[in-house]
Design a binder for this molecule. Structure first.
Ligand code: HAM
Length: 414
């Protein structure tokens, strides 16, 4: 039997309902703050991600689904949404609009990662981007909106980690300083850390080794090396979050998987999630639009994984589907009448379902009860319809033309 590819999944009706809730809440919360929906294609020129996300990132090096379109052009299934939204911003001249341009999206993304709980090869993200503002208020607004969305969806045990990366120049200088510091303490470090000083000095902060941890307590911190403008920007973001009553942990070792970040970065995790604990994250990316050949344009945003949100959420109540009217057949002869009645009932705004499985009359009534039908119309051979009120357990014969008006009348009188 052919199965869904590894790392992918089907969205069955029950989870489709939960996802609808995430979408509705995103629409409500982001819409209220002036974010408008955008959707970009699921594939883009490979170069967009190579340049935008960064040649040396894991995403670009190992996780992209890249293919030739048959005409020698390299395309890639989008691994993330920020570079595509920036591409669209430039392509459609959105810098002529009032700034910042606030956009949100919800759709599938693709990364060739090793599948595990909460990590898939096709997953959904809801994301928000505010392009054209360098105000710390933009960052704080975005963070509060994501906190509100996670809350509205019922995500439990969330924690917010917050940091600032400053400018790329600050980071280069800092990296050199950290490398020098680590080299000067080489003999106190765990072997795996020692071997990776030049490749990935930041890793040393995550080491579980006691000796390494002792060395790292006195290591230089990026947050202490920020340029005064960046430090002031970050202080402002923190003050705004304090005012909004949002709790966060300052984490100078927070690393994100894309190269485009500058200044503010953040990540929400949930203790419900185990290893893949990141529910949503983002930050400021003031250099990205320029990297994509646009004018210097500050911007900020985030994305959250829909599957991880639902995994970390308490059971969501799912409303039973509404069925106002079930149309049953006393015998095969009424089939055309029944079909017409179903069409008209739906056009009149009723939720109507028609017997389609050739059940006996008894079986049909049982089925109508099981799906929670409010009324059942039993279509007889002679055009007479028996209308049964499933709640009251009463029924009466009526003309075909009367069925829909009778239900509408009953619905209107409480
Ligand atoms: P990201 O942290 O790579 O950021 O992804 C955002 C969220 O997508 C993660 O927190 C996680 O919930 C979900 N996610 C990522 N990979 C997977 C996967 N393989 N399976 C399931 N869920 C996954 C970005 O993508 C940035 N574009 C966010 C951003 C927007 N930064 C600025 N603007």
């Amino acid at each position: 039997m052919i199965q869904a590819p590894r790392g992918t999944f089907d969205i069955l009706p029950e989870s489709a309902q939960q996802r609808k809730l995430v979408e509705a809440e995103a629409e409500r919360i982001l819409g209220a703050a002036g974010y408008q929906r955008i959707e970009t294609p699921t594939f883009e020129a490979t170069d967009l991600f190579a340049r935008g996300v960064g040649e040396t990132t894991d995403i670009v090096q190992k996780e992209m689904y890249t293919f030739d379109d048959g005409g020698g052009r390299s395309l890639t299934l989008r691994p993330e949404g920020t570079a595509p939204v920036c591409r669209a911003y430039l392509e459609h001249g959105m810098r002529k609009l009032a700034q910042p341009v606030k956009l949100w999206y919800l759709g599938p993304f693709f990364r060739a990662e090793a599948p595990q709980r909460g990590r898939y090869r096709q997953f959904w993200q809801v994301g928000a981007e505010a392009i054209g503002s360098d105000a710390p208020e933009t960052d704080a607004e975005l963070i509060v909106l994501l906190a509100d969305l996670l809350d509205a969806v019922g995500v439990r045990q969330t924690r917010l980690r917050l940091s600032s990366l400053g400018t790329p120049a600050t980071r280069v200088e800092y990296r050199e300083e950290l490398k020098a510091y680590l080299h000067s303490h080489e003999d106190e470090l765990a072997e795996e850390v020692r071997n990776r000083i030049d490749l990935n000095p930041m890793r040393a902060f995550d080491s579980g080794d006691a000796g390494t941890q002792a060395v790292m307590r006195d290591a230089p911190k990026l947050l202490d090396r920020l340029h005064p403008d960046d430090a002031e920007h970050f202080a402002r973001v923190r003050a705004l979050l304090d005012d909004a009553g949002l709790r966060y942990e300052l984490d100078g070792t927070l690393v994100r998987g894309m190269d485009y970040y500058t200044r503010t970065v953040f990540e929400f995790t949930s203790d419900e999630l185990g290893a893949q604990s990141g529910v949503g994250g983002g930050g400021r990316y003031d250099g990205l639009i320029e990297l994509l050949d646009g004018p210097p344009t500050p911007a900020s945003g985030w994305a959250a994984g829909v599957e991880r949100m639902l995994l970390a959420a308490r059971e969501l109540p799912h409303a039973p589907a509404l069925v106002d009217l079930y149309i049953a057949l006393a015998s095969g002869d009424g089939a055309r009448t029944a079909f017409e009645l179903a069409v008209e009932a739906r056009r009149a705004g009723l939720q109507a379902q028609l017997e389609l499985a050739g059940r006996s009359l008894k079986g049909q009534l049982k089925h109508a009860d099981r799906i929670g039908a409010r009324y059942v119309a039993i279509v007889g051979d002679n055009g007479v319809v028996t209308l049964r009120d499933m709640q009251a357990g009463e029924q009466q014969d009526t003309e075909l033309e009367n069925v829909i008006p009778a239900i509408l009348r009953a619905e209107r009188t409480p």
